[in-house]
Design a protein around this ligand. Structure first.
Ligand SMILES: Nc1ncnc2c1ncn2[C@@H]1O[C@H](COP(=O)(O)OP(=O)(O)OP(=O)(O)O)[C@@H](O)[C@H]1O
Length: 259
């Protein structure tokens, strides 16, 4: 597809819950192949902004565009089909099935469109190969036959990334991907995200509190505060900007690092 449009764009996107404006006229365009971190204090509207982009919530005002097409009124499922992939919550998986079976199921769901009886056998082989490729990509082949319910936490988070890759999205959304991870698990997930951007030229949106994670991954940071976009730019400049320091309630950049 021609790339005259940003892959994703929100224009004047807003949502009110009663009298509270959780996302306040956020206009932002995301270019292909970039990783944007979305930061802001607790309650700033980051998750709500994500929910508006992925379709879990409908805005009160404003629009969401994917490849220049207005998807504001489309369902989560349609946005997923069109290329917006949000990292899975493990509660959506089948815990009694194996890692491999879960990845195959997602690959199958993705492939169901365009299903053709005459190429059924080929499709099946392709699907299996695709699942194996994804498992290798996230280094889960060793535990591919284990049930999801017995996986260590770090492997469960890797599986979330595997399932997202299996969907083949153009835009990948991660909401605090390192939350609850041990110190040695964090670099594995960060490497995976880095690899996704580098090898697949994907557009990535990341909600993250840890500034060291953001520094190591992001091309750009946008800052939400009270639902509004208050800063946008290259990481070093944004992190050190007065408005960000104020948004983080007077914390110094060093304190923010350990955020
Ligand atoms: N469904 C809802 N109904 C009412 N208020 C909501 C709803 N969802 C979010 N809010 C409110 O909207 C504001 C933004 O919440 P949101 O969860 O998006 O913030 P956040 O930046 O993701 O915070 P955190 O970093 O703590 O996850 C908060 O004041 C929250 O209480």
């Amino acid at each position: 597809m021609a790339s005259e449009h940003p892959i994703l764009e929100t224009r004047d996107l807003s949502i009110r819950f009663g009298g509270h404006v959780a996302v306040d006229h956020v206009s932002c365009a995301f270019a292909r192949g970039t990783l944007t971190a979305i930061v802001g204090p607790n309650g700033a509207g980051k998750t709500t902004y994500f929910n508006l982009i992925s379709g879990q919530l409908r805005p009160t005002d404003g629009r969401v565009f994917l490849n220049g097409e207005d998807v504001t009124r489309t369902s989560v499922a349609e946005r997923t089909d069109r290329g917006i992939g949000r990292a899975f919550q493990l509660t959506n998986l089948f815990p009694s099935l194996s890692v491999r079976e879960n990845v195959r199921l997602v690959a199958q769901a993705k492939a169901r469109k365009g299903f053709d009886l005459f190429s059924m056998a080929d499709s099946h082989i392709e699907l299996i190969e695709r699942a194996e490729h994804v498992l290798a990509e996230v280094r889960l082949l060793d535990v591919a036959d284990q049930k999801v319910s017995v996986l260590p936490h770090g492997d469960q988070r890797k599986l979330e990334v595997a399932l997202l890759i299996a969907l083949g999205p153009q835009v990948l959304m991660f909401d605090e991907p390192t939350a609850g991870m041990s110190v040695d698990e964090v670099p594995v997930i960060l490497d995976l995200i880095r690899q996704l951007k580098r090898d697949f030229d994907r557009t990535i949106l990341l909600v993250e509190h840890k500034m060291d994670v953001i520094r190591s991954l992001a091309d750009r940071i946008i800052v939400l505060h009270n639902g509004a976009l208050v800063a946008d730019g290259e990481p070093a400049a944004v992190i050190n900007s007065p408005i960000v320091q104020e948004a983080y309630l007077g914390r110094t950049p060093e304190e923010t690092t350990h955020g």
